[in-house]
Design a protein around this ligand. Structure first.
Ligand code: LLP
Length: 412
């Protein structure tokens, strides 16, 4: 979980060129720190993998993984499109300077207000997930006198080998359309004169472990697209990220090579989120108390499930490491947050050397699905976010920590 942007130098955790502890002491904790250098490295790794396999691919960064405007701006400047899953994410993408044409909009329950906003803004591409959406978008586009480019999201009935909470491509998942519905819609597109059925969309899950399943889903989508003269396949996101050093996961080039024979002659769209941002971010937290209780010792920190809910929601593993390494023998500790929930535990077996009040810890690989899933439960303040620039030689607060005033702002 250490990498070229987050590593130790003489026992101190470095974020690109900065002491992570110095940033944290200056901004306070809990605090997310992101490395743009690592973000762009990950973006180009994916892009180059597909180019290397001679696939005409366009990357749309999945905003849901982390929508901080500074990150979006950097990715847009690097040429990435944006993948939005709500009107709010479209708004965010536009605020970051994305051209509407470069935004794809997906979502299982888009409201009429969101759809109208998307079509009015001339969003380039909408992934449709049910038949009624065809009618709604057709009506909106007709009223505005425009033609909306859309793709149909196919549920390919491929069960991805990932944590079950985040698999989406199987029959009982709420996502996508079944094959017969897609075929029916495409068999008579004249029913929807204001829609341009330009693509087939598949996304079978996140943190995918096996390229064969992706290839299987892509093949099903490709065959379907071919039958109806459709030229673009949006194959979703899902590139996996190592959360621990022992994780052995397929590289983006393995995905590219597996699908290359299937997609010649097609344009491919990708929607990676985690693969771009997860290992480009850490969550820094300060130890408040160390409490011995029966056979356990609890390290109580100032971040919790309100800042990063993945361990509590999915039993996801995130390494917990000290910002300053201390000499000595490591023991096993429970690292827990302050929230009034027994599940508010980051790690039941963190290896730490003599943790003490005031120590700073980093929860690693926290860039994706961290801040975006943060909440104000227990009237806690959502944390600040720091972004280190692409050269790695300066940093700024990209989002201020919330205040108690923010908590009551919308109440009377
Ligand atoms: N495209 C679609 C249609 C998606 O549903 C998703 C993720 C992505 C792209 C981006 O997938 P990625 O490249 O990030 O794997 N909160 C969970 C993950 C939820 C993923 C939802 N959809 C977690 O923390 O693991």
């Amino acid at each position: 979980m250490l990498n070229t942007s987050f590593y130790y130098r003489t026992n101190s955790l470095i974020a690109d060129t900065f002491s992570a502890a110095e940033i944290a002491r200056s901004v306070g904790t809990p605090l997310y720190v992101y490395s743009l250098k690592r973000v762009l490295h990950n973006y180009y790794t994916i892009k180059d993998a597909f180019e290397g396999a001679a696939i005409s691919a366009h990357v749309h960064y999945s905003i849901k993984a982390n929508g901080n405007l500074a990150l979006l701006r950097a990715l847009i400047a690097a040429g990435a499109g944006m993948d939005a899953v709500s009107g709010g994410e479209i708004f965010r993408a536009l605020a970051a300077g994305a051209t509407p044409d470069q935004i794809v909009y997906a979502g299982v329950g888009k409201t009429m207000t969101e759809l109208r906003y998307a079509v009015e803004q001339r969003i380039g591409w909408i992934n449709i997930e049910n038949r009624d959406e065809c009618d709604l978008i057709n009506t909106i586009a007709g009223a505005l006198g425009v033609r909306q480019r859309v793709a149909l999201r196919l549920n390919p009935h491929v069960i991805a080998n990932t944590i079950p909470h985040i698999a989406t491509g199987h029959g009982s998942a709420k996502f996508g359309l079944s094959m017969d519905v897609v075929q029916d819609i495409l068999s008579d597109p004249r029913r929807y004169p204001h829609l341009d059925f330009a693509g087939i969309h598949v996304h079978i899950g996140s943190q995918l472990q096996d390229v064969a399943e992706t290839a299987q889903a892509v093949k099903i989508a490709r065959d379907l697209a071919f039958r109806f003269g459709i030229k673009t396949l949006d194959i979703g996101g899902g590139f996996p990220v190592a959360y621990q050093d022992s994780d052995e996961l397929p590289h983006p080039s393995a995905f590219a090579e597996a699908i290359a024979p299937l997609v010649s002659g097609f344009d491919v769209m990708l929607e990676p989120g985690r693969g771009i941002i997860a290992d480009a971010g850490i969550l820094i937290t300060e130890v408040q108390y160390v409490k011995k209780q029966d056979w356990d010792t609890f390290v109580i920190v100032d971040a919790g499930m309100t800042e990063l809910i993945r361990p509590m929601l999915y039993e996801a593993y995130h390494a917990v490491v000290p910002l300053e390494q201390r000499a000595g023998d490591a023991g096993k500790f429970q690292v827990v947050g302050p929230v009034c929930e027994s599940t508010d535990v980051f790690s039941r077996q963190a290896l730490l050397v003599d943790p003490q009040r005031g120590d700073l810890l980093a929860i690693m690989t926290a860039g994706a699905y961290g801040m975006v899933m943060a909440s104000n439960y227990n009237a806690r303040l959502r944390p600040a976010e720091v972004v280190i620039n692409a050269a790695g030689d300066s940093w700024e607060i990209a989002r201020q920590r919330e205040t108690w005033e923010d908590l009551i702002r919308n109440e009377r």
